[in-house]
Design a protein around this ligand. Structure first.
Ligand SMILES: C[S@@+](CC[C@H](N)C(=O)[O-])C[C@H]1O[C@@H](n2cnc3c(N)ncnc32)[C@H](O)[C@@H]1O
Length: 245
């Protein structure tokens, strides 16, 4: 469980090093239009601290109200423009899907797709996933977490920017319901090994496939990011962990 004050302080301090590049949020005219027309329907407004991807610790957001109903909550971290999120949300009309993404132009593209496909079980938070999990989601509230192709930060000097650290694993495990599943995919072998090491050492998480990798999750569509990895000859690693205890 994410619990001790020390763990929390370390997590906060670590946020000076974030897992994303702070890029310009400049949008193309069609993205700007989608953002301005549809953000109120899908993007959950959150109070900020110092940056546009932060969340104020005293946030109070009613997700049931944001979705307009109570249902199993699935959280996708870093869905980009929702290339895999949107078809998977369409296939799960009974679930509420919360997308946590830092990059506003990608969110604008996701909004356009949501409107085009008529999907209404997705809501979006524009924020660093660490802050969103820490401040927005109660303990034991999430049925599934999806993390597909997190930025690999493959150079050794950048490894400290990787999202999946022991502290982030503890935070995520705390937010998962007992029996909840965390599904992960990456095309970087050393990151995959590190993720397994981190998750295996968390007592609240158990590998669903104890002897190794999960089979490729058949319902996960191949995104441009995955295809780029495949084209470069990289292997895809899937993982699934269950919240225990
Ligand atoms: C390599 S892309 C993968 C996108 C998508 N999951 C896919 O498979 O096509 C990583 C995404 O994660 C987002 N991201 C990185 N760090 C994040 C964080 N701390 N919180 C939320 N989103 C993040 C990036 O903006 C980007 O859209």
């Amino acid at each position: 469980m994410m619990g001790s004050a020390v763990e929390r302080t370390e997590l906060r301090a670590r946020r000076e090093v974030v897992s994303f590049v702070r890029r310009s949020n400049r949008m193309r005219p069609n993205q700007r239009r989608a953002w301005e027309t549809h953000r109120n329907q899908f993007v959950v407004d959150v109070p900020r601290m110092d940056t546009s991807t932060s969340i104020h610790p005293a946030v109070s957001v009613d997700l049931i109200e944001a979705f307009g109903r109570e249902a199993d909550l699935i959280v996708e971290i870093g869905p980009g423009a929702g290339e895999s999120l949107i078809p998977m949300a369409a296939a799960r009309p009974q679930a509420n899907l919360l997308a946590i993404e830092v990059y506003q132009p990608a969110i604008a593209r996701m909004l356009a797709q949501l409107v085009r496909t008529g999907i209404d079980n997705v809501r979006i938070v524009e924020a660093d996933a660490v802050a969103a999990l820490e401040y927005l989601l109660p303990d034991q509230s999430v049925a599934e977490i999806w993390l597909f192709f997190p930025d690999p930060w493959h150079k050794a000097r950048h490894h400290k920017r990787r999202l999946l650290t022991p502290e982030f694993a503890a935070l995520s495990a705390a937010r998962m319901k007992p029996g909840g599943i965390w599904r992960i995919a990456t095309d970087w072998a050393d990151y995959a090994d590190r993720i397994r090491e981190v998750l295996d050492s968390n007592p609240c998480l158990a590998n669903v496939h104890p002897d190794g990798w999960a089979p490729r999750w058949a319902t996960r569509p191949i995104t441009h990011f995955e295809q780029r990895g495949l084209d470069a000859g990289r292997q895809i690693f899937d993982l699934a962990y269950r919240r225990v205890g």
